[in-house]
Design a protein around this ligand. Structure first.
Ligand SMILES: NC(=O)c1ccc[n+]([C@@H]2O[C@H](COP(=O)([O-])OP(=O)(O)OC[C@H]3O[C@@H](n4cnc5c(N)ncnc54)[C@H](O)[C@@H]3O)[C@@H](O)[C@H]2O)c1
Length: 332
């Protein structure tokens, strides 16, 4: 039985859907912050056990670990929006460092009481981000597992701290932790504060589509379902104490991405006045300490675990646009 923490968030909920498809038994825990998907009815209909609680709640988490004799914890619970981390860093320190530490401690105490055999099979997956590695120049080599941490904003700093604490809990206390550092995800169920859903929803709501700086910041986009398949492989066959980089090998400048999404919308939902959605794109003052480029070298997970991305960006992005369009039009 898996414990999926942060299972109502973007990636966590996609992982829940993957587990349902693969008929894996699991329990979901989520604090239900603003970022959580409103999917309680879906979970109930699928007979999924759900606990609304925070990862820092040692008492409740211990009870869940014991009740279900959890074999793997996959932690997606985090504060994740860089802009929020600049305007209100304290919740990022609380959730991504202090509560994450509490979760490690609770897991360690539970783990220590397991039988020798159960210990051998237990896993703690620390889901992290490529933002820990900081920013690449246009001509620099992609991040590998050996890249150093150079976080530039409170979000990436808090995730880097979490990754380092996780490393120590594995080395010092033998908690079988594996950390993943993934590039930017896109797909269904992401909060509309994030770049891709924001471009789509602002375009359809006839609002300005804000693009930071000169729009040349580059991200390496991976479909969330490909990320979830990588996590699934790692929880089953990843090596304890290792880190795995996961990327889409799909670098795109923000401005090119915004234009591509606008063109898709021009085709599937043309504006009444026949103008292009690209006319709504507006450059705004740059984000502070805005990382220029992220790019992931995924050679390790490809060679060791035979993982590959399955979803082509052109298809995945069309599906994502359609998904948000359907949801928004239902609301209008
Ligand atoms: N979205 C990306 O592009 C991306 C890329 C790489 C790595 N990641 C990492 O993957 C993880 C999940 O990201 P996401 O995009 O799904 O995030 P998200 O913001 O969509 O969801 C986070 C979820 O965690 C829950 N949560 C927050 N604080 C909690 C707490 N204290 N206790 C329990 N639940 C809590 C929220 O309610 C929400 O449901 C994060 O660790 C993030 O750093 C995300």
């Amino acid at each position: 039985m898996y414990l999926i923490t942060g299972g109502l968030g973007f990636i966590g909920f996609n992982f829940v859907k993957l587990c349902l498809k693969k008929k894996i038994k699991f329990v979901v825990l989520d604090a239900g912050t603003y970022a959580a998907n409103d999917k309680i009815k879906f979970l109930k209909a699928s007979s999924v056990k759900f606990y609304k609680t925070r990862i820092g709640n040692k008492g409740k988490v211990t009870k869940i670990l014991q009740k279900y004799q959890i074999k793997a914890i996959i932690n997606f619970a985090a504060e994740t929006h860089v802009d929020n981390s600049i305007s209100n860093p304290s919740i990022f320190i609380k959730t991504n460092i202090i509560e994450f530490y509490n979760l490690l401690q609770t897991s360690k105490i539970f783990f220590n009481k397991l039988s020798k055999n159960d210990k051998k099979n237990f896993r703690f997956l620390n889901i992290s981000t490529d933002e820990t590695f900081g920013s690449l120049r246009s001509n620099e080599k992609k991040f590998t597992e050996k890249s150093k941490f150079y976080p530039n904003n409170p979000y990436s700093a808090s995730k880097s701290a979490g990754d380092l604490i996780a490393r120590a809990w594995c080395k010092t206390f033998d908690l079988p932790i594996i950390t993943t550092n993934c590039s930017n995800n896109y797909g269904r169920y992401q909060n509309i504060e994030k770049l891709i859903p924001k471009i789509i929803t602002n375009a359809l709501s006839n609002l300005a589509i804000p693009i930071y700086g000169d729009g040349k910041n580059t991200r390496d986009w991976i479909h969330v379902e490909d990320h979830c398949l990588a996590i699934y492989k790692i929880v089953r066959s990843g090596k304890v104490g290792q880190t795995y980089n996961i990327g889409g090998s799909n670098e795109i400048q923000n401005i090119k991405l915004a234009k591509l999404i606008c063109k898709i919308l021009d085709n599937i939902y043309p504006k009444k006045d026949k103008s292009s959605y690209t006319t709504q794109i507006k450059f705004v003052s740059d984000r502070k300490a805005h990382d220029h480029r992220y790019a992931i070298n995924s050679k390790k997970i490809k060679t060791e675990l035979n993982w590959r991305t399955k979803i082509k960006f052109n298809e995945g992005i069309k599906d994502t646009v359609q998904f948000y369009m359907n949801h928004l039009i239902k609301k209008i």
